[in-house]
Design a protein around this ligand. Structure first.
Ligand code: RNT
Ligand code: ZN
Length: 422
């Protein structure tokens, strides 16, 4: 285990090094406390949900791969896993639920029938932990989504079903926000699209717009809930056209004062979400992020501390956008210990924010404005190996969670005592 003495010694040195470039590490530690990342509950069970015993993710071009033992199969198991995850993370978190994770008490409740009562035990759970909740309509893994269309369906009965589902999800979200005293971000993502070349692209988009207008007709106070819409470039089996493209939703969000959700896996591989933040925020009030790690496609690999994630965090921090960007995660790896995956990914995102906060942004901008581009690049390179890790460890120790690699042993013990017995 990393000793308290070593952590403090390293922090004292790091503090001096950062002070020399004009960064106050104590102030950074206060600032990072304001960041509450929304934990996507679906990393614990591969997006299965609790509608039926053995429910599995289906349709819509999202997939989990792997069958590592220990997946959460019940609401109790999921809650235990979430508590474990949070015990290994510094700072505060929010919880992001999908509609399929209701507390249905063993009964089958179809998506157009869900009510607040199915989520009250989650609200109580979050209240006990002083956390906020976020929510998502689940427009996939359902027979009425099997033909590849939900809100943009030309089958009127199906379309109405999905509109009703989203309406109910928004009402549930508003109640979550009301009871918890922090606005719930409700995100709408639909898988709609076609495998092969469609002819009536416009027709589907006309229907999607109409369905969103209907689903969003009920207004709720901003203090209770906020709507986000999430685009996607393509999915497996939906290669030729996605109805809810980026252009579609960006337009919809701007015109209707909604949040746009940017998922790092939903763009062409050389596009980076970090670059989109300052563009979108010129025209929408707030953003929702789904931080993930796409590999060749929207593979939803565990987030690691890479340049894409760093740019996202840096853009938010440099521009003081923390109050306008809701940070959520969206990865699901079933091939390794799921709790381990969860903790690695969340800590990586937190580290990216910490590094961003340790940047002497003002002096970098001065170099840039003076045309000193060699000096700018050199400083950015040197910053990469500054002792941010000493600040991270100190932050973890201060928060009473394992520093450095110490969380690995904790997760191994949880696997032995809990996960392996499922
Ligand atoms: C799918 C979207 C969507 C889902 C979750 C489960 O490509 O990213 O956000 O991953 O809603
Ligand atoms: Zn997403």
């Amino acid at each position: 285990m990393k000793s308290k003495e070593l952590i403090e010694k390293a922090y004292a040195i790091a503090k001096e090094e950062y002070a020399a470039i004009g960064v106050d590490t104590d102030a950074v530690l206060k600032k990072i406390d304001k960041l509450a990342i929304s934990l996507h509950c679906w990393q614990t069970d591969d997006v299965g949900g609790f509608e039926t015993p053995d429910a599995e993710l289906g349709g819509g071009g999202i997939q989990t791969t792997g069958n590592y033992p220990g997946k959460a199969g019940t609401i109790e198991e999921m809650r235990a896993d979430l508590d474990k995850v949070m015990s290994l993370l510094p700072g505060k978190q929010r919880l992001n639920l999908h509609a399929i994770y209701g507390d249905f008490g063993g009964e089958f409740v179809d998506r157009d029938q869900i009510e607040v009562k199915h989520f009250q035990s989650w609200i109580d759970w979050a209240k006990e932990r002083k956390m906020g909740l976020d929510f998502n309509a689940t427009c996939f893994s359902h027979p009425k989504a099997d033909d590849g269309f939900t809100l943009s369906s030309k089958n009127e009965e199906n379309r109405k079903f999905w509109v009703e589902h989203v309406k109910r999800c928004r009402a549930i979200s508003a109640e979550m926000g009301k009871q918890l005293g922090t606005p719930c971000v409700h995100n709408t993502w639909i898988p709609d699209g076609t495998k092969d070349i469609p002819v009536d692209r416009n027709g589907y988009r006309v229907i999607l717009k109409k369905s969103l207008d209907e689903a969003f007709a009920d207004e709720y106070p901003k203090e209770y809930m906020k709507d986000a819409v999430e685009s996607k470039v393509f999915g497996i089996g939906v290669e030729s056209m996605t109805v809810g493209s980026h252009d579609f939703y960006l337009g919809y969000a701007i015109k209707n004062n909604k949040l746009i959700c940017l998922d790092s896996g939903h763009f062409h591989p050389t596009e980076v979400v970090g670059d989109k933040i300052s563009s979108c925020l010129q025209f929408v009030d707030e953003l929702l992020l789904h931080v993930t790690r796409p590999i060749r496609w929207d593979s939803d690999h565990v987030v690691t501390l890479n340049e894409d994630v760093q740019l996202i965090a840096s853009e938010i921090v440099r521009n003081d956008f923390l109050s306008r960007v809701n940070v959520g995660l969206d990865f699901f790896d079933a091939s390794i210990n799921r709790i381990g995956a969860y903790v690695i990914g969340t800590r990586a995102a937190q580290k990216a924010f910490l590094i961003a906060m340790l940047e002497p942004t003002k002096s970098l901008v001065e170099l840039e404005e003076a045309g000193k581009n060699f000096e700018r690049l050199a400083t950015l390179e040197e910053l990469k190996t500054m002792p941010f890790n000493a600040v991270w460890d100190y932050y973890c120790a201060k928060e009473g969670v394992p520093a450095g690699m110490d969380y690995i042993a904790d997760i191994q013990a949880y696997e032995k005592e809990v996960l392996s017995k499922r």
